[in-house]
Design a protein around this ligand. Sequence first.
Ligand code: SF4
Length: 357
Amino acid sequence: MSVPSVGTPVQGAGEGEAVLSVENLVVEFRSGRRIVHAVSGVSFVVRRGETLGLVGESGCGKSTTGRALVQVQPPTSGSVTYRGQDLGRLSHRQLRQMRTKIQMIFQDPISSLNPRRRVCDIVAEPLNIWKRGTKQERADQVRKMLEAVGIDPDTAGGRRPQEFSGGQCQRISIARALMADPDLLICDEPVSALDVSVQAQILNLLADLKERFGLTMVFIAHDLAVVKNVSDRVAVMYLGKLVELADSDDLYRSAAHPYTEALLASIPEPDPDKRTDHTALSGELPSPLDPPSGCRFRTRCPYAEAICAEQEPPLRDVAPGHQVACHFPLIAVAANGSSAAADAPFVTPDPARPPDV
Ligand code: SF4
């Protein structure tokens, strides 16, 4: 096996080719005699070269979804297919090998690094495990990868993780993840444990590395403002369900789900003249032990009607590439698939209007 080549940019990631397909993913845990419904039938596709943002409040199931994508958390049912291979059907050894292509970056960079090991050994770990290249080639590769993430190998290579800041540890984690030469990165809240001033640096680094290595990314975060800046498309999760999926610009310009609208309203607006009167999110996330009937958002939704408790809204198209799971979407459903919905004004559901299901 060869070592990955640092400094050889991969140009022009194509569009349309599915790298990852998730179909009807369900993850449930036992809690005493009860079942925690962490993820309940989530489906999406991640295309080559894109960044799919996965966003929602803490407890919505997005991190569990991320772990299920790499089978660290085995799904209860449903499938995760990476480049045509159903990960749930692979042997333990095949899965280990496949995980070199699908790497995860975690929220807490400091605790994800072994405090007793030197940085150069931590970063070299994937190559050592898979015995890639000669000793000298591995050492050269570690140097190049540390430089690629903005860490000086001469001063940092012999030190240990506790000697670094959170941002520097995240850079080291990213270097280690990239040493296995992956093409898919699952980033689970990679900046939420960092100072605001450092967050932008790590986001910029991830964007640069994505271009340089031709990566595809799933970017998981609770902060829509962060997700907006890094994602091509955004999937919004609520209590284990996907409630909206759209191109990033469409979602921010015209959210169709009341939950997305509320998340957007909670983003601080620096310009007071641009403040809106959209409804901010209120109330607590219900327990995944006992999700509400029908639409799971109904207990917090200002637009809820009787039907919302009775029937679960399916995920359906409101515009090309824009799907929402709501009986009363906040944008008009475009006739014959035109893009009119993207520019349609927000509408308040009319109680007299028959449910559009
Ligand atoms: Fe609100 Fe009903 Fe839509 Fe659910 S289906 S988001 S309760 S309007």
